[in-house]
Write a protein that binds this ligand. Sequence first.
Ligand code: PAF
Length: 289
Amino acid sequence: MTTPRLVRTRTQLAEALDAAPGTGARARRAVVMTMGALHEGHLALVRAARERADQVVVTIFVNPLQFGPSEDLDRYPRDLEGDLALLAGAGADVVFAPGVEEMYPAGDPVVRVSAGALGERLEGAHRPGHFDGVLTVVLKLMHLVRPDVALFGQKDAQQLMAVRGMVADLDVPVEVVAVETVRDEDGVALSSRNAYLDAEQRRAARALNRSLRAAQAAAEDGAPADEVRRAAADVLGSEPGVVVDYVALVDDTATDVPADRTGRAVLAVAARVGSTRLIDNVVLTLEGR
Ligand code: PAF
């Protein structure tokens, strides 16, 4: 069990990276970016990073740029001590947990990364500017950490698409690796926001995973795209405790797939359970009848 070194400033980070184990001309460095309130899903990312790199850096930063004015920035769960305890067993070498002034010393950045049209679809349609905020901090953290590999959860499918798009379009020298969604025993995808759910809401939240399973079964039966999407929408729409934001079957640019689509597609859902917004997705292969 390693105790990761906690650093709060970019100067301390640079020193810690030089001193971290595995430093040397051929050492590989991995980064796992988080907003804290860590759970098993984050730890799966850290373990996957450990398998791929000599140095593992975890960043913990609740990034104000990616929250809308009426979103949960103020009440977003923060527990640095708990996070450090979890990371001690997971294989992180360095934890970079800057404050807002350290990340944005001149205030909100004027120059930002744009997610383009992808940033306006699905999550972006419900959370204007969200992906620009995500990409801006992800690129800054990549510059500060200089990783060879960056690991992101498949749970945030559109974020992963946006990051892959940025890395390709801006020639960012990093390998992006997706790590499968971790679920609780009841099928609910792990998320820091699950902490907001009461027992009844938690029961309702299971409908998201049920809807994905219905879509997967339809795809495995050879159903065409519109039937696959409908299978998920029917399940999610019939759960009284859930208000559906979208049920979408999309390609890797978050664009709706045509009815005759075959091959890989992502079935993505978003719904509100009480005042908590949850997202989930499954990657499918459409065979078509
Ligand atoms: O997925 C998250 O937790 C955040 O969007 C990220 C990638 C850490 C950027 O703030």
